[in-house]
Design a protein around this ligand. Sequence first.
Ligand SMILES: Cc1cc2nc3c(=O)[nH]c(=O)nc-3n(C[C@H](O)[C@H](O)[C@H](O)COP(=O)(O)OP(=O)(O)OC[C@H]3O[C@@H](n4cnc5c(N)ncnc54)[C@H](O)[C@@H]3O)c2cc1C
Length: 373
Amino acid sequence: MLERESTVGTHQTGHNSGVIHAGVYYEPGSLKARLCVEGARELYEYCQARGIANEACGKVIVATDASELSRLEELERRGKANGVPGLRRIDGAGIEELEPHARGIAGLHSPGTGIVDFVAVAGALAQDVVEAGGVVASGSGVTGVQVKARALLLTHASGATEAGHAIFCAGAWSDRVAVMAGADPDPRIVPFRGAYLRLVPERRQLVRSLIYPVPDPSLPFLGVHLTKHIDGDVLIGPTALLVAARDAYRLGKVRGEDVLDTLAWPGSWRMFRHWWRTGLSELRHATLRSACVRAAARYVPELGVDDVEPAFAGVRAQALTRDGQLVDDFVFSATERALHVRNAPSPAATSSLAIGRYVAKEAERGFGLEGLP
Ligand SMILES: Cc1cc2nc3c(=O)[nH]c(=O)nc-3n(C[C@H](O)[C@H](O)[C@H](O)COP(=O)(O)OP(=O)(O)OC[C@H]3O[C@@H](n4cnc5c(N)ncnc54)[C@H](O)[C@@H]3O)c2cc1C
């Protein structure tokens, strides 16, 4: 395994909400729906087997006004069709029973949603690779892929490696390595920064577990939510702001190559034309702490700007097609001797074991390895 950074889990896997999603949101029949439900079950089992801290603390999705009820119904329909365990409709009193400080007119309760330390999961998976006889070569960012007659030649920061086949899963850089290997540049990755606030310790009691709004179904993001973290923090966020670097953990970070890649992509301009209003509101969330708090205060009204302090930020690798569609589902593709994970946004951390198995099956088939021990 060739990893660019000095350790695994440095990017999205180490900068997210830490939620084990149960599979409520996703279009029935989609890869996300299937791999999230399977992946969550497997992840709980894996954490149990490997002693990784996790908690099935449950989550409520809260509708605050009548205009959200049909979307809530659709979420319930999707969740049930996807086989989300224990999913049930609750009323305002039911919301308050589970989350005494939340207010809404109706909600969904998913008792199987939970929290985990995804960096610990990634670390345990890397250890599995080593124990199975593999090598995790950190500091080995791949810079070139050459297709030869019987192998791929991967050039990287620590030299070169010849491989019969390769599977590329490079998160925010997945389009670049795919193109190096001869793939179509469509879809391109555009970086959306997701910043979090955290509740000050003396106000953590405002949230017992996980409280989410009803999301806008046309966007691949879940809206500002309140999530208990496995380390005891309660996070508010994330925002969703298009940024100028694929590793913009700092808001002002600019990388010329990343800006150029976004601006030179026809899909970006189509996205700007379609989503400029949402973009402006996200800009407000990202720059004004009070706007982000107000978004969460819609369903936890006691929440005020003095209850929060800044936390960390993650950067979503969001695939965007040439014609301006934000790709919602997981996307896998192939080039000669290689497979590519082209879009693995949330809930891909939850789904990681199921995605791994899916990709392994595709590799067996695509690389002609079926029947080998
Ligand atoms: C703000 C935010 C909140 C989220 N919340 C959740 C959540 O609560 N639950 C959930 O299930 N999912 C969540 N997600 C999504 C989840 O974090 C990602 O789907 C998942 O971590 C993707 O894993 P990955 O391995 O594809 O990408 P990453 O974790 O980004 O890893 C990509 C890896 O590729 C390496 N790499 C890149 N280029 C090269 C190269 N050229 N050569 C070698 N190595 C390279 C990088 O160093 C990195 O280690 C969230 C994401 C964000 C950003």
